[in-house]
Design a protein around this ligand. Structure first.
Ligand code: ATP
Ligand code: MG
Length: 266
């Protein structure tokens, strides 16, 4: 470890040149490392993020049309929901806490902490991050996570009886396939933000937003604001016209075409 890394007196913002082509991505990594140091994130969260970065390369690091379609359907679904819940894990709390709180406000959704590697301290730290981002209520902390999702054997099966357990729509991000499947089996509509169109979560969810959570959450907030002026029938029409299989297929075709184009330009 060199001397600069030994001290906390330096800022990574000063070390990475302004014109570094991967500056944003490096700053995001740093954010995650800081979150790990504060126990918001576990080291496994860093690995999950690395997998995501790879897919971001493949989709061209932009919100593509297939994601826009899913974002519109997701916003409409959240606005139509009776008991929507946004499920929060370490990566989400580390990267987009304010955006998630705003999305909850715009769509009248509840916020609930749900962790793969659950421990009470981390639950509390994540809830604090959300309160600091202006959340009014955070479910799933301590005794509140007292109900069990059937057919799920990790700690993520513990949910709030006021939140995920009774939710008709659950929005989640960077989630494991097992729990997505269990929630769908319970009859819930699941909106997943997962940049890997091949993951089990992406393939099981009702609506899959194949995009980086950093871009998808602010876009969802904008979309929810915009769609609020529409009536129930118009929102239902958006949901009815949406086809998740087609959107996933579009994302794969996009990647395939993009790679072909790139290979021809060499
Ligand atoms: P599954 O269990 O659904 O097959 P997995 O085991 O491959 O998924 P996990 O590590 O459980 O994946 O969850 C991380 C998922 O989130 C991966 O599909 C990864 O590509 C995706 N991901 C990582 N970083 C981001 C990000 N910043 N935005 C959106 N998705 C991301
Ligand atoms: Mg998994």
């Amino acid at each position: 470890m060199d001397k600069a890394q030994d001290s906390k007196s330096w800022s990574i913002r000063d070390i990475i040149p302004e014109n570094h082509p991967r500056r944003e991505s490096l700053l995001i990594r740093e954010k995650l490392i800081e979150a790990m140091e504060k126990s918001i994130l576990v080291p496994q969260g860093l690995i999950a993020h690395g997998r995501g970065e790879c897919f971001d390369y493949l989709i061209g690091e932009k919100t593509q049309n297939f994601a826009e379609k899913a974002i519109e359907a997701a916003a409409a679904t959240l606005l139509l929901a009776k008991t929507p819940v946004i499920s929060i894990n370490g990566n989400m709390a580390a990267l987009v806490p304010e955006g998630l709180v705003r999305l909850a406000e715009e769509t009248n959704a509840k916020l609930e902490v749900n962790l793969f590697y659950r421990d009470e301290r981390r639950e509390k730290v994540i809830a604090e991050v959300l309160y600091k981002a202006n959340a009014k209520e955070v479910l799933g902390v301590g005794e509140d996570a007292s109900t069990v999702i059937p057919e799920l054997f990790s700690q993520r099966r513990r949910v709030s009886p006021k939140g995920i357990y009774i939710a008709d729509v659950v929005l989640l991000g960077l989630e494991d396939g097992d729990r997505t499947e269990a929630l769908v089996k319970m009859g819930k509509k699941v909106i997943a933000i997962d940049i890997n169109p091949l993951s089990r979560t992406s393939r099981t969810a009702t609506i899959t937003i194949v995009d980086n959570i950093i871009r998808a959450v602010p876009r969802l907030v904008e979309k929810a604001k915009e769609l609020k002026s529409k009536n129930k029938e118009e929102l239902e029409q958006i949901v009815l016209n949406y086809n998740n299989k087609n959107v996933l297929a579009e994302s794969l075709k996009f990647i395939a075409n993009r790679l072909t184009q790139l290979s021809l330009s060499l």
